[in-house]
Ligand binder design. Structure first.
Ligand code: AMP
Ligand code: GLY
Length: 408
């Protein structure tokens, strides 16, 4: 199979590595790629239509999309027009991630449990609306906002100010409408499913460490570390199984005509399970742990998805957990320091730790920091976490930060 992987972060680097292990791979192509560009042949392009036409000429069999933004902008629509299979939703279904209001309506229509909420468009209605909540509500921009569109506050005045800021155009069209949502407290899990138009293949839950550090008022990030799997207690597993059945039924009833990831961001709070969000792609850094544990041939899974036969896949995972620790650059998630040389990357080899590139620039002179989350350090098995932390200490760059508590 000739496969095109789209995206530039540590999520895509770990997917690229997994794809390269597949017995079904003939050739890997990369688009909009990152510092791991040497793993495949890079295709330059002007827009999605151009990329889809180039892919057609190269007889590429499958497009795999890493991030959400191209999905929402319709990359898969263009590839479908060329008759190329896409592991990723078309723009219609990418709205489950691209519009929180669309996602809420989907859940309401199918009896899926989600925290109570209100939609606001008019900034003059903010005070009255927020006054109806017992605790300061979570403020969410309706559209995509590069992971920055959700604000959790302990303070009513702050929540009002943020809501105003959003509606006044902080995220342009993405925050023209906002959601005010009841704040919940509980255990968050990330569950990846792959939908093939008929079957829903569910992975066990992973844990994402979303806060910048362990302090309760630390800012939310894209994710500072992950653990897979996270074993639920029997009652919780039952809640999850019931929810996943509902999700499958909902997608069936909607005749959702796409093949791709549905990632449910869930919270278990007071013996109930709530959907906080849908994402239509794998989570970063959760997928780095999932791929390190997964024993299946990833292209076999995706090929079965293409044939709408995901029910024939039995997922297999390593016996011990996998861990991912993110090395970030100080200033993240607001204004990360960039352009600093990364040293001792080779130290990872001696501990058997995999290193995936995110905010990294490769030059003739080596690797430099180029973003907030810089590297993902990943290992499976007994003692894996100790080895990851040894490598986290040995790799050096100015401004390096990481969480030292990526454990359950
Ligand atoms: P979302 O993009 O909707 O998942 O929000 C990002 C993060 O904000 C979540 O992973 C949670 O940590 C937090 N969050 C979102 N909604 C809520 C909520 N209703 N109650 C508490 N925390 C929330
Ligand atoms: N780790 C959260 C996300 O990928 O959105």
């Amino acid at each position: 199979m000739k496969v095109l992987l789209y995206g530039s972060g540590a999520r895509e680097h770990s997917l690229a590595k997994k794809i390269l292990e597949s017995a079904q791979l003939e050739k890997l192509y990369l688009a909009d790629t990152g510092a791991f560009f040497e793993l495949g042949e890079v295709i330059e392009f002007s827009d999605f239509k151009d990329l889809a036409q180039k892919a057609k000429k190269l007889a590429i069999d499958m497009l795999i999309v890493g991030p959400e933004e191209p999905l929402v902008r319709g990359i898969c629509d263009e590839f479908r027009k060329e008759g190329i299979f896409t592991l990723g939703a078309d723009s219609k279904w990418a709205k489950l991630e691209g519009s929180k209001i669309f996602a809420k309506e989907f859940m309401a229509n199918h009896g899926i449990n989600t925290p109570p909420y209100m939609v606001i468009e008019d900034k003059n209605k903010i005070d009255k609306a927020i006054g109806k909540f017992l605790n300061p509500p979570v403020i969410k921009a309706d559209g995509l906002a590069a992971g920055k569109g959700v604000f959790v506050s302990d303070n009513f005045d702050e929540a009002k100010a943020i809501a105003r800021d959003f509606l006044e155009g902080k995220f342009n069209d993405s925050s023209k409408k906002i959601i005010l949502e009841e704040r919940l407290f509980g255990r968050e899990i990330s569950v990846f499913s792959i939908w093939d138009g008929k079957n829903l293949l569910n992975f066990p839950p992973a844990i994402d460490f979303k806060k910048l550090n362990s302090s309760t008022d630390a800012p939310n990030t894209g994710g500072m570390g992950s653990i897979f799997p996270f074993v639920l207690e029997k009652q919780e597993q039952k809640l999850l199984d019931d929810y996943l059945e509902k999700l499958k039924k909902a997608l069936k009833e909607e005749e959702a005509d796409f093949c791709g990831v549905v990632y449910s961001g869930l919270m278990i709070s007071c013996t109930k399970l709530y959907v906080l969000e849908y994402n239509m792609r794998f989570g970063d850094p959760e997928v780095q742990s999932v791929m390190s544990s997964c024993k299946n041939d990833i292209l076999e899974i995706f090929s079965k998805a293409k044939e709408k036969k995901l029910d024939e896949i039995e997922l297999k995972f390593a016996d011990a957990p996998s861990y991912c620790v993110v090395l970030a650059s100080c200033g993240y998630p607001f204004n990360p320091l960039k352009g600093k040389k990364i040293k001792n990357l080779d130290s990872a080899k001696k501990y058997g730790v995999e290193v995936f590139f995110a905010g990294v620039k490769k030059t003739d002179d080596g690797f430099y920091t180029n973003g907030g989350r810089v590297l993902s350090l990943v290992k499976n098995g007994c003692g894996a976490l100790d080895d990851i932390y040894r490598v986290a200490d040995e790799i050096k760059f100015e401004g390096k930060i990481f969480r030292e508590d990526i454990r359950i």
